[in-house]
Ligand binder design. Structure first.
Ligand SMILES: [Cu+2]
Length: 470
């Protein structure tokens, strides 16, 4: 009614004049008319609501039953992270913070308050009549996966959303529930990370045949979608040679669309060598590696962003020779950094989202957080060389290792620093299609994270671990 009464704000400032009383009288009758109309409308709404109540769906009356659930914490997730409650029942949560940080649990308007690690609290979440989301209210914790979905069973809850198994991490991809950081770092037995170790270079002529296929693959925990692949892998195979070597890569297109390849490691005529080949066709791409470094390759069929986003990219590492040869190290690894776009399982990366640069997750070697699930290992005193290539298609990379300083950094054909004792580097910055390597020596045991120091991209999955032991 407040809104109906409001269209006369200027009256007090109106000058007195004969017409005013007539106008006021007219306005008063208008308001009475509107008020009557409003009462009629409200009555209709009430009738509708009453009619709805007589159907089995909703609203829900309190049943007097209690549902009691024990909830704990694992990392940045509630365990369990959802509960089914018969609509009309009261939900009681016995919350124990088994994590190592302070957390709370808020469901609707009811909350536990801050709970220290090891402490417990009971939360009366009230009578559950519809699906409702619980969260940890501490800044950033919901985003990292601390959500708790309460599903009202038997209620008319079609309008509410929420997945049983995957926390929604503030993501808004309409095609898929984007796995949260908690989902992505949850221990699992069925996962094998891509081996990041750089295989040694052998021979001077590198001859390979790569099948190009389009296949459904797991691209993140709980998410499978079509990927476009060089030889069944995304990224494609890492090629490793040395200056002067020849590469002969025969591509066979077993896909449903045209594909191609562009090896940045060689200098060739793009018109012919990088030509798109149609399904069933093949092409041999030959180049000589005249210059050292880590070089991107990718499908160069338009839209390239989409072909790259679907997995058609990879690295060629060319070692320098002679006086420029690299020193021996204890471990040598390759990380290809990429943006991850999700979409319909049967289609793959959503083309509109790729066109808009609307990425969902970030990855090293094609799979978000895979080296959190299966860390690399090193010993105290060992020196490692990490080759890093950013294939984008869009996002920049600021490669950093938490707890370490690089004494050697090589980027795009030149050493920024080399074997330094008194100075060092903290991050290697790489735009898409740029690469290099960093070297460091571990002085103490510990868990050293390697990250994109563009922190929100680390939090989207460009994060892994190196465990250093004595
Ligand atoms: Cu392609």
């Amino acid at each position: 009614m407040t809104n109906l009464m409001s269209p006369q704000p200027s009256q007090p400032s109106q000058p007195a004049q004969p017409a005013k009383s007539n106008a006021n009288g007219w306005a008063a009758w208008l308001l009475i008319g509107l008020a009557i109309a409003a009462v009629v409308v409200l009555a209709v709404v009430n009738t509708t609501a009453t009619n709805k109540a007589s159907s089995p769906a909703a609203p829900v009356a309190a049943s007097g039953d209690d549902v009691v659930v024990d909830v704990t914490v694992d990392g940045m997730a509630f365990v369990p992270n959802s509960v089914d409650v018969p609509a009309g029942s009261r939900l009681i949560v016995n919350f124990t913070n088994t994590g190592d940080k302070v957390h709370d649990l808020k469901i609707g308007d009811n909350e536990t308050g801050r709970i220290e690690p090891g402490k417990s609290a009971q939360l009366d979440a009230g009578v559950i009549t519809e699906d409702i989301k619980g969260i940890c209210t501490i800044a950033g914790h919901e985003m990292q996966g601390m959500t708790f979905m309460v599903h009202a069973t038997g209620a008319n809850s079609e309008a509410s959303s929420g997945e049983h198994n995957h926390a929604v991490a503030g993501a808004s991809n309409p095609f898929v529930t984007v796995p949260s950081a908690a989902d992505r770092t949850k221990k699992r037995d069925d996962f094998q990370a891509r081996d990041a170790a750089l295989a040694p270079s052998t021979g001077t002529v590198h001859e390979e045949t790569w099948e190009m296929t389009e296949e459904v693959r797991e691209v993140a925990p709980g998410v499978k979608q079509v990927q476009w692949l060089f030889n069944g892998q995304a990224p494609g195979p890492t090629l490793h040679g040395k200056v002067g070597d020849t590469f002969k890569i025969t591509l066979v297109n077993h896909g449903t669309m045209g594909h191609s390849v562009d090896f940045h490691a060689g200098e060739v005529n793009p018109d012919t060598t990088m030509a798109t080949i149609e399904p069933g066709e093949e092409l041999t791409y030959e180049f000589t590696a005249n210059r050292s470094g880590i070089w991107m390759y990718h499908c160069s069929t338009d839209p390239m962003s989409l072909h790259i986003a679907n997995g058609m990219m990879g690295a060629v590492i060319i070692d320098p020779v002679g006086d420029d040869a690299l020193s021996d190290v204890d471990g040598e690894y390759t990380f290809v950094a990429s943006d991850v776009f999700l979409g319909d399982q049967a289609i793959g990366a959503n083309p509109d989202r790729v066109a808009n640069g609307d990425f969902d997750l970030m990855a090293f070697n094609g799979y978000p957080n895979q080296y959190d699930l299966e860390p690399l290992h090193a010993k105290v005193g060992e020196t490692v060389r990490l080759w890093v290539l950013n294939v984008g298609p869009d996002q920049p990379l600021s490669f950093h290792v938490v707890g370490e300083q690089f004494d050697t950094v090589y980027k795009e054909g030149t050493y920024l620093i080399r074997d330094e004792k008194r100075t060092g580097s903290q991050a290697l910055d790489l735009l898409p299609a740029q690469g290099g390597f960093v070297e460091m020596t571990f002085n103490e045991p510990g868990t050293y994270s390697f990250v994109n120091h563009i922190m929100t991209n680390a939090e989207k999955g460009q994060h892994g671990k190196i465990i250093v032991t004595e």
